[in-house]
Write a protein that binds this ligand. Structure first.
Ligand SMILES: NC(=O)c1ccc[n+]([C@@H]2O[C@H](COP(=O)([O-])OP(=O)(O)OC[C@H]3O[C@@H](n4cnc5c(N)ncnc54)[C@H](OP(=O)(O)O)[C@@H]3O)[C@@H](O)[C@H]2O)c1
Length: 334
């Protein structure tokens, strides 16, 4: 039996190509690129939607430790239908609805090839746009909360930057796992979204005095865990509002900050880094199992803020970096 979806005779596709690192304008739509072929252990996906992550803007700008070779099609996260699988792939078949966390050929395209270990089943309750918001954000949120900060039921968690995609995922995991959840956003709309997705208390990180309000909301005790999206702005204040033996998990950082290390001594606080890209296969399987359970129960629901056609990838890149009011994921629809 063929392991291809019937009726696909095209050999070329549309995809975004970057020929030199630079501003958003280097993201060019090309219509004559060959549809990639899956080798052993790989999967070809017809993309329904691709998620836009901040890391793709750093890579596009050439401002990241490890850069891809050029020409390059950006994109890690996607959701769509499996078109064909390479030899040795037994747990995924043509026709399956899937999402990816990482692709080999780039998800800003009509088709992409991914390693089968980065392809996961997409629950019927989620559409492709929601599926495109799952990969990096939910894997990172689980890694930060469970693997790195070791948060447990009964703890108080501050998601510092909860209106973006990793923030939303962190709020949903923390709430489902029995924690008291405090979230921040930088706009009224963002705050209302954070409340809607399950945070018990919501604050505006652009408002004077919000840190004091967070401490008040914990009855003066502080928070056990901070999931931090902008450490270069917030790390010193995070250390100030930690409860004894609390942990700050640094997820996002865009510069330097001066902190007083003494603050970690009196309360025996920890600062831990989070790097979703270096996850082990065992941790990946665990995270996927947690996500599948969340999708089945219905509490794991990614929020899609804006969608753009593939040709407007440059607008999406401007948007995700410049916005002062994140509202979930920006997706590209081929
Ligand atoms: N370590 C890793 O493995 C890993 C993985 C994924 C992402 N990241 C990083 O984590 C960060 C979040 O990713 P994302 O995909 O969720 O991005 P996103 O969707 O663009 O969300 C960005 C979030 O940061 C918030 N923010 C803005 N100013 C803030 C401030 N002063 N204090 C606290 N939060 C603030 C935004 O809130 P408003 O817009 O409402 O102000 C929004 O909630 C990015 O820097 C990304 O590069 C790291």
């Amino acid at each position: 039996m063929s392991n291809k979806v019937a009726g696909v005779f095209r050999s070329i596709m549309k995809a975004i190509r970057v020929n030199q690192f630079g501003g958003p304008e280097v993201l060019k739509l090309q219509s004559d690129l060959p549809i990639p072929k899956p080798s052993a252990g790989q999967v070809l996906i017809k993309i329904g939607a691709a998620g836009v992550n901040p890391v793709e803007t750093y890579l596009r700008a050439g401002a990241y430790a490890k850069l891809p070779g050029l020409p390059w099609t950006p994109g890690n996260d996607s959701a769509g239908i499996v078109q064909e699988v390479g030899s040795g792939v037994t747990d995924i078949k043509a026709g399956d609805r899937v999402f990816t966390k990482g692709t080999l050929t780039g998800s800003y395209a009509e088709y992409a090839v991914a390693d089968s270990s980065c392809v996961f089943g997409l629950h019927d309750g989620l559409d492709f746009k929601q599926g495109a918001a799952l990969g990096i954000p939910y894997f990172t949120a689980y890694r930060a909360l469970v693997h790195r900060a070791r948060a447990r039921a009964g703890m108080t968690v501050l998601v510092h930057g909860a209106s973006g995609t990793v923030g939303i995922a962190s709020v949903q995991f923390a709430r489902a796992y029995g924690m008291t959840v405090l979230g921040t956003a930088g706009s009224e709309q963002g705050m209302s979204l954070v409340s809607q997705i399950g945070a018990h208390h919501v604050f505006n990180h652009r408002q004077e005095g919000y840190i004091e309000k967070i401490t008040e909301a914990t009855g003066g005790r502080g928070v056990d865990v901070v999931i931090e999206m902008l450490a270069n702005v917030n790390l010193q204040r995070d250390l100030e509002i930690l409860a004894p033996r609390g942990t700050v998990a640094v997820v996002g950082n865009r510069g330097n900050i001066e902190i007083n290390p003494r603050l970690t001594m009196g309360k025996e606080s920890s600062i831990v880094g989070v790097m979703g890209a270096i996850i082990t296969e065992a941790d990946k399987r665990e995270t996927n199992a947690a996500m599948q359970a969340g999708m089945e129960s219905g509490w794991l629901k990614p929020f899609v803020g804006k969608e753009y056609p593939l040709k407007d990838a440059a607008v999406a890149h401007e948007d995700i970096i410049k916005t002062t009011s994140a509202l979930g994921r920006i997706v590209l629809v081929p």
